[in-house]
Design a protein around this ligand. Structure first.
Ligand SMILES: Nc1nc2c(ncn2[C@@H]2O[C@H](COP(=O)(O)OP(=O)(O)OP(=O)(O)O)[C@@H](O)[C@H]2O)c(=O)[nH]1
Ligand SMILES: [Mg+2]
Length: 326
C-alpha cells in the first residue's frame, strides 16, 4: 500500500481528513507482513491522543434493532456536539457471509452526517483477528477526534466477552416479550451488562416490552454487578420513536462519572491495556511457534501419534516445544 509519510498521516488524522482516516484504518487492518511495522509505528504515535472518548459496546440478537438503534442514538449524539464512530465485531460475517454489522445502508441518517464515521467489520478473519483490528481502529478514530465509539456485535461465540473487554460501558439490547429463557440471550451476557435496554417499546409492542423489562430487572437483581457500586438496570427504549434514548445516554454519562470518581474507569482501562498486551504476546508466540521449520516438520507425525493414542498430549507438546527452543 502506498501511504503518505507517517507524519503527514498523523497530522492529517488529527486535522480530521476522512480520506486519511480511511487509509490509516486500512493500514492497521492490513495483515500484510510489510505493513505491520508501519501500522505499529502509527499506533504508537497515536496512543496519547483522546483518552477521554467514551467506548460503548452494544450487543443483541439479530433483528433486535442494533442498526436502527445506533442510527438513532448516533444522530442524537452528533446533534449534541459529539463525533461518533461506529465499529463492528462480527465474527459471523466471515463464516456465513451474513449480517455485516456496521453496514452503512442500515444507518442512513448517521451515515449522512459529517460528524460520524461508520466502519463495517473487517471480513475474512477469526474473532481474534476482528477484535484486534477493531481495537486498533478504535485508537485511530479516537486520534481523529471521535469522542464516542460505538462497538456493535452480534451474540456469536465469545464476541460479547471480547467486546465488553474493550469498552467502558456495555449495553445489551433485548426484544420485547417474555420467556423463561430470556429470548436466547446467554446468561453470561447479562453478567457483562452495565445496562439492558428493551428495544421496540412502541405501539403494540409496548406491553410486551414492559414484560421483558420486568423479567430482565428480576434477572439482573441476582447477578453480581460488574462495576462496584453500579447496579445494572433494565429500561425500555424505542429506536424507532427515539423514546428512552436520552435517558439511556444519561445513564452512560452517570456510569462514566461514577467510575471516574471511584477510579474504576482507569482501573478497567489499565487492565484492558495489559490484557491486550498479553493477547498480542500470546498470538505472536503461537504464530512464531507454528511457523518454526523444526516444529512444522515434526508436527504431522506427532499429531497423528496423539490422535492414535500412541503418545500423550503432554509428551507431544513437550517434544514440540523442545524442538522449537533448539
Ligand atoms: N417497532 C420497532 N421496530 C424496530 C425498532 N428498532 C428496529 N426495529 C425494526 O426491527 C427490524 C430489525 O432492525 P435492525 O436495526 O436491522 O436490527 P439488527 O439488530 O441490526 O439486526 P442484524 O443486523 O440482522 O443483527 C427492522 O425492521 C427495524 O425497522 C423499534 O424501536 N421499534
Ligand atoms: Mg444490523
Amino acid at each position: 500500500m502506498t501511504l503518505p509519510p507517517l507524519d503527514e498521516l498523523v497530522d492529517g488524522l488529527r486535522a480530521g481528513h476522512r480520506t486519511l482516516l480511511g487509509r490509516a484504518i486500512t493500514l492497521v487492518e492490513s495483515r500484510r507482513p510489510e505493513d505491520e511495522a508501519a501500522a505499529r509505528e502509527l499506533l504508537a504515535r497515536l496512543r496519547p491522543v483522546a483518552p477521554d472518548a467514551e467506548r460503548v459496546g452494544i450487543t443483541g440478537v439479530p433483528g433486535v434493532g442494533k442498526s436502527t438503534f445506533v442510527d438513532a442514538l448516533g444522530v442524537r449524539l452528533v446533534e449534541s456536539g459529539h463525533r461518533v464512530a461506529v465499529l463492528a465485531v462480527d465474527p459471523s460475517s466471515s463464516v456465513t457471509g451474513g449480517s455485516i454489522l456496521g453496514d452503512k445502508s442500515r444507518m442512513p441518517n448517521l451515515a449522512a452526517r459529517d460528524e460520524a464515521f461508520i466502519r463495517p467489520s473487517p471480513s475474512g478473519a477469526t474473532l481474534g483477528g476482528v477484535a484486534r483490528r477493531t481495537r486498533e481502529t478504535m485508537t485511530v478514530v479516537e486520534a481523529a477526534g471521535y469522542d464516542v465509539v460505538l462497538v456493535e456485535t452480534v451474540g456469536v461465540g465469545q464476541s460479547e466477552t471480547v467486546v465488553s473487554d474493550m469498552v467502558d460501558f456495555f449495553l445489551v439490547l433485548a426484544m420485547p416479550g417474555a420467556g423463561d429463557e430470556l429470548q436466547g440471550i446467554k446468561k453470561g451476557v447479562l453478567e457483562l451488562a452495565d445496562l439492558v435496554a428493551v428495544n421496540k417499546a412502541d405501539g403494540d409492542l409496548l406491553p410486551k416490552a414492559r414484560e421483558a423489562q420486568a423479567d430482565y430487572s428480576a434477572a439482573l437483581r441476582y447477578l453480581a454487578p460488574r462495576t462496584p457500586g453500579w447496579r445494572p438496570e433494565a429500561i425500555r427504549v424505542s429506536a424507532l420513536t427515539g423514546e428512552g434514548l436520552d435517558d439511556l445516554w444519561n445513564r452512560v454519562i452517570r456510569h462514566r462519572d461514577h467510575t471516574t470518581e471511584s477510579g474504576e474507569r482507569i482501573r478497567r482501562r489499565t487492565a484492558q491495556r495489559l490484557a491486550w498486551m498479553w493477547t498480542r504476546i500470546d498470538e505472536r508466540l503461537r504464530e512464531d511457534f507454528r511457523a518454526d521449520a523444526r516444529v512444522r516438520e515434526a508436527l504431522p507425525a506427532l499429531q497423528d501419534a496423539v490422535s492414535r493414542g500412541e503418545k500423550s498430549p503432554e509428551e507431544a507438546a513437550e517434544e514440540l516445544l523442545r524442538r522449537r527452543s533448539g
